[in-house]
Every structure is written in structure tokens, then in C-alpha cells.
Design a protein around this ligand. Structure first.
Ligand code: TXA
Ligand code: MG
Length: 368
């Protein structure tokens, strides 16, 4: 493996910042997931990001900002940095943007705003808008400040695969293609930022569920966001139905394992006919004792089952934090087919967990 994992020391931050200034890309921890960071103003670095990730150019990047106090959370500052064109936003939306930045930055919220003409086309996939976020992770902030430029950073996985939430997972994904990965511990939130667009037409749209729950954003604004339907969401940039995918077949069960009946499993049985009775099944539970649930599923499927739980108590924050790491674990296990309990809780991080599970299970299915 080519990549070295660098501990969080001032010397290593300087080393990584120097690499960024030379147009290279670096694995960077954030509170949501690890990113692959490069200078957002350098076409060389942006090209490198797309190459390393094998990412199609139609999928725009999120630009990460340094937090140097309250003044950095204003549209004036974003204009000074030549990132946005605030004049395109009606007054009322400018106020809403300020509210969101003040309340949620630094943190897992990305805002999509009209872009400044000098932002490279590659960063935004040619769109008239730019996605901006201010991460709260201390290592990301140290790198941003030492690099002295906004950093483009998509999640540090090969395109379409499971996002990394540890430095080792970045090494697994990209270790043969990059030199440095900064160590930042396991990402605390575990799912990507929530993406919200503020449009010149006056609309505020939710583009991606993520680490900042929908209801918190709505409470801050004092009104509901426009939430596109599934098919409208898929028309958005970078919104492919299949994403975050394990390499093995991954299916969402219709119910919690404790409530499953034979009749719920017609589809599963047809798949099972194609594999031998010794084949291991993998199970990701949303709550409860995974061993108990593995035993229940084993009785129904007549196949060995290995299980792991996102949260014994069903805590949604813990489940989100564990989600990608546990998906990776099952993907690397002996299990040949993976099943997951559904996440039906319509609040907090439940939306983001449901979204990621649905996309992880959508591989090979048509978009409709
Ligand atoms: O938490 C996160 O946001 C992580 C960490 C590393 O910060 N980053 C991340 O980046 O999730 P990525 O590249 O995996 O997802 C970026 C997504 C795009 O796929 C697209 O859906 C949305 O952000 N996006 C970016 N620019 C946009 C734009 N101008 N308009 C609409 N959506 C945009
Ligand atoms: Mg991603």
C-alpha cells in the first residue's frame, strides 16, 4: 500500500497542507465521513479527485471552509472568497442563509448557493451553483487553516461504494492511489452532511438527508423545507439511486426480524434456492441483540446467519455512527448475501439511515 496514515501533529498538518498546495489530494477526517481533499481553486487538484475516486464528472463536489470565527459564517465572506454570488439571492433568502450558517456551521450541513463566476467548472460540474460546508472536525479545520484555501472534498471512497468513517477504511478504498491520510479517529456522525439548496427563485429545497436532521433545519427556519419526491431527487446532480454499495448482494428485509413471518420472505426464498445450505447469510440489525435475531432468522432461512447490530438500544445517532463501518464489516465477512432490517423511524437521523440503506440495496435495479 502506498498511503501513509499521519497522526494529528503540527508537522503532519504542515506536510499535508504542503501536498495540497502542490496540487495533490489527501485523505481528511470530518465529523460525517472521511473526505478526499484538494485545493478547490486548482483544476489540477480537482481533476485528481475525480480520477482517484473514478467519479463521473457530472457529480459536483462539496467545498469545505475554514472556521475562523463568526465573520466567516456570512455571505459577505463567501463573496470575498469568490465562492458565491450573493446578489442572485432575494433578501429574505440571504437572511435564511445567515440563520442556517450561524446555527449549523461548523457542522454537518451543506448549503447550495449561486456560485461566483471564478469557481472552476469542474468543482460544480458546470452548474450555476456551489455546495459549501464548514466541517467541525478539529483535524479538518487544522488542515483548512494550514492549506489557506477552501478544500473540495467528496467522501474518500471509490465511486458508488461505502463511504469511509475511519482512516483504515480510506486506506482500503484509496490506499493504492494517494500518499497521505490524516488520522482523525472514527467519524462521530457517520453519515454525510445534509444538503439544502437556497434558490434564486426563493425556494429552499432538501437535496440529501444527512447528519443534520430535517426537523432541526425546519425549526431554525420556522417553516417546512420543500422535500422532492424520490424521482425528483434522482434528477438532482450526483443523486444516483445506487450508492454506498457493499460488493455483495444487500437487501432490506420488509420488517424487524422479530416480526418476520415466512410469508414475508418469498423474494428471499427465491434467492436462497440459488445458494447452498451451508452458505452464510449476513444480518445488520437496527436494534436489539444481534445474536437472538441471527437465531430467529436462521430458523426461518435454514442457513447459518452472522449478525451485527447498529445499536443495541435502537439509538439512531449510534446507528448512524456505526452504519458504514458495520456495512464494511459484513461485506468483508464470510457471509455471501447481506440482509438489513428496515429503518422506518421518520425523525432525527432515521431519514438519513433509511436513505443510505435504500441506496445501498438498489444496485442493479432500474430507476423509476
Ligand atoms: O459530509 C459530507 O458532505 C462529506 C464530507 C467529506 O464532507 N462529503 C460528501 O461529498 O458527502 P460527496 O461528494 O460524496 O457528495 C456530494 C454531493 C453530490 O453528490 C451532490 O448530490 C451534492 O453533494 N452537490 C454538490 N454540489 C451540488 C450542487 N451545486 N447542486 C446540488 N447538489 C450538489
Ligand atoms: Mg459520497
Amino acid at each position: 500500500m502506498r498511503a501513509k496514515i499521519l497522526a494529528f501533529t503540527p508537522e503532519n498538518i504542515q506536510k499535508a497542507a504542503q501536498a495540497i498546495q502542490d496540487g495533490s489530494v489527501v485523505g481528511m477526517p470530518t465529523e460525517t465521513v472521511y473526505g478526499l481533499a484538494g485545493d478547490s481553486r486548482s483544476t489540477l487538484a480537482l481533476t485528481r479527485i475525480f480520477e482517484v475516486k473514478e467519479r463521473p464528472r457530472f457529480d459536483p463536489l462539496i467545498i469545505h471552509l475554514a472556521d475562523t470565527g463568526a465573520a466567516t459564517k456570512t455571505l459577505t465572506e463567501l463573496e470575498r472568497l469568490k465562492l458565491i454570488d450573493g446578489t442572485q439571492l432575494p433578501n429574505q433568502l440571504q437572511q435564511m442563509a445567515h440563520k442556517l450558517m450561524k446555527q449549523f456551521w461548523p457542522g454537518p450541513l451543506t448549503l447550495v448557493l449561486p456560485k461566483h463566476p471564478e469557481v472552476p467548472e469542474l468543482a460544480t460540474s458546470g452548474l450555476p451553483t456551489i455546495a459549501l460546508r464548514m466541517p467541525s472536525h478539529p483535524v479538518a479545520q487544522a488542515l483548512l487553516q494550514a492549506s489557506k484555501c477552501p478544500l473540495a472534498a467528496p467522501s474518500a471512497n471509490r465511486f458508488g461504494r461505502i463511504s469511509p468513517t475511519t482512516s483504515l477504511a480510506v486506506a482500503e478504498e484509496l490506499g493504492d492511489r494517494i500518499d497521505w491520510i490524516l488520522e482523525g479517529g472514527a467519524s462521530l456522525i457517520g453519515v454525510e452532511s445534509t444538503v439544502v439548496a437556497l434558490k434564486p427563485t426563493g425556494e429552499i429545497l432538501l437535496l440529501r438527508h444527512g447528519g443534520t436532521p430535517l426537523e432541526k433545519i425546519e425549526a431554525a427556519l420556522g417553516f417546512p423545507l420543500l422535500v422532492p419526491t424520490k424521482s425528483q431527487t434522482l434528477l438532482g446532480p450526483g443523486m444516483t439511486e445506487s450508492h454506498y454499495s457493499p460488493s455483495k448482494p444487500f437487501r432490506i428485509l420488509p420488517k424487524d426480524v422479530s416480526q418476520l413471518h415466512l410469508s414475508d420472505l418469498t423474494e428471499i426464498y427465491s434467492v436462497l434456492d440459488t445458494v447452498s445450505p451451508q452458505t452464510q447469510m449476513g444480518l445488520l440489525t437496527l436494534s436489539g441483540d444481534p445474536q437472538l435475531k441471527a437465531n430467529l432468522l436462521k430458523k426461518i432461512l435454514h442457513r447459518p446467519v452472522i449478525a451485527t447490530s447498529l445499536s443495541l438500544t435502537g439509538d439512531l445517532s449510534e446507528a448512524a455512527q456505526q452504519l458504514f463501518a458495520k456495512m464494511r464489516w459484513l461485506d468483508a465477512s464470510e457471509a455471501a448475501i447481506l440482509y438489513c432490517e428496515p429503518c422506518l423511524t421518520q425523525k432525527g437521523l432515521g431519514y438519513a439511515i433509511h436513505d443510505r440503506l435504500t441506496r445501498a440495496s438498489a444496485r442493479g435495479e432500474s430507476i423509476n
